[in-house]
Design a protein around this ligand. Structure first.
Ligand SMILES: *Cc1c(COP(=O)(O)O)cnc(C)c1O
Length: 377
């Protein structure tokens, strides 16, 4: 357990400890098989993850960022095209669009779900729009039925950024399975995390899957036969072996996250100064992050830190206000909800290994930090 915090923001050591012997054994298997880049461990994980997501195909790649980029490339998106996404996300969502040569076009998010404002799509769609890239932020799926309906009416692709939503569902359908492609990150801190960098694209479409398989491996259809210009975006065998072990625990870990979120919700609903995360009816949230909104964030975070509770900010600067996108000329005020969330969001500790005592400690600390605002029970 890390240093000065009674409840660290994240505790990967506690996450890995119970399975350490199994991890060491499967890493040994990869070494013995010499299956380091791609290979049988990657194919096995791909089959397992495709089944988990309820789709026919999963393609293991080097990172979530690779997954987003390759999915767009496989759909033929490039220079001159526009892709609609949100500014309240990790930078990679928009970056992947820009990397293809296309232009990201932003719409605001809605509250309290913090996902894409579907009503705003009509205002930004143009003859150059080719795709919509909703982000299943913090572990809850965006309004997929409405987004798919809009995409259908305008002939657009839908690429899901599901990097925070492994196992989430919308009307029973898993994140990644509803759009033309779904993109996952297995960065160590995600709900399903590798021992380094890894990602995957999932899709129902065999043609898209075959295209991404080529793109991730130098455009090869067979050894030294290069059909197109790709890149090296392969998944490592060791990452795949570790992910196969962890995937078996993902659903039960997500259930624990939901249970802990309910404890937080129940207690914090008595504090009027805190805006809580909300689950849209029909959605099953997997609480990658438990994010609240408070007016005086700096003081709140400092008070929690003094009480031994680690916190973080996701994300302090919305993408349209990043220096890299300054040339778009989208100044402050362009997306008011995303901007207010960027100023007031705070992420509290949320992981399956939290103990009952730690959850109680977080709740107590939040009440103390918000003392002047709490309503007596
Ligand atoms: C983590 C993340 C990514 C990028 O994934 P990497 O594996 O770090 O490249 C993309 N989008 C979102 C929403 C993420 O949270």
């Amino acid at each position: 357990m890390s240093d000065r915090f009674t409840v660290p923001f994240l505790d990967l050591e506690a996450h890995h400890a119970p399975l350490r012997a199994e991890f060491m054994r499967v890493i040994g298997d990869v070494v013995d098989a010499g299956a380091f880049a791609g290979g049988s461990f990657v194919s096995r994980f791909e089959e397992e993850f495709a089944r988990f997501c309820g789709v026919g195909h999963a393609i293991g790649v080097g990172s979530g960022t690779d997954a987003l980029w390759l999915a767009l490339l496989a759909l033929g998106i490039g220079p001159g095209d526009e892709v609609i996404t949100v500014p309240m996300t990790f930078f990679a969502t928009a970056e992947a669009i820009s990397r293809t040569g296309a232009t990201p076009v932003f719409v605001d998010i809605t509250e309290p779900d913090a996902t894409m404002d579907v009503a705003a799509l009509e205002q930004v769609v143009t003859s150059r729009t080719r795709a919509i890239m909703p982000v299943h932020l913090f572990g809850q799926m965006a309004a997929m039925p409405q987004i798919l309906d809009f995409a259908d009416r305008h002939g657009l692709f839908v690429v899901e950024d599901a990097a925070q939503a492994h196992g989430a569902t919308c009307h029973g359908r898993r994140a990644g399975s509803m759009g033309d492609a779904g993109c996952f990150s297995f960065f160590p801190g995600k709900n399903l995390g590798a021992f380094g960098e890894a990602g995957a694209v999932v899709t129902r479409d065999a043609g898209i899957a075959a295209h991404i398989r080529k793109l991730r491996d130098h455009g090869q259809s067979a050894k030294y036969r290069h059909d197109l210009i790709g890149w090296n975006c392969r998944m490592d065998g060791i990452q795949a072996a570790v992910l196969s072990v962890k995937l078996r625990h993902l659903d039960s870990n997500n259930s624990l996250r939901r249970q802990y979120a309910r404890s937080y919700d129940k207690e914090f609903s008595r504090i009027p100064g805190i805006v809580l995360p909300a689950t849209t009816p029909g959605n099953k949230h997997v609480h990658h992050l438990y994010v609240v909104r408070v007016a005086d964030r700096a003081t709140f975070m400092e008070d929690l830190s003094k009480r031994g509770v680690g916190t973080a900010i996701h994300y302090p600067v919305p993408v349209h206000l990043q220096p890299a996108y300054a040339e778009m000329g989208l100044g402050p005020g362009s997306f008011p909800i995303a901007e207010r969330c960027a100023a007031e969001f705070v992420s509290l500790p949320m992981y399956p290994e939290l103990t009952k005592a730690q959850i109680e400690h977080v709740i107590q600390a939040v009440f103390e930090a918000m003392e002047s605002e709490a309503v007596p029970a």
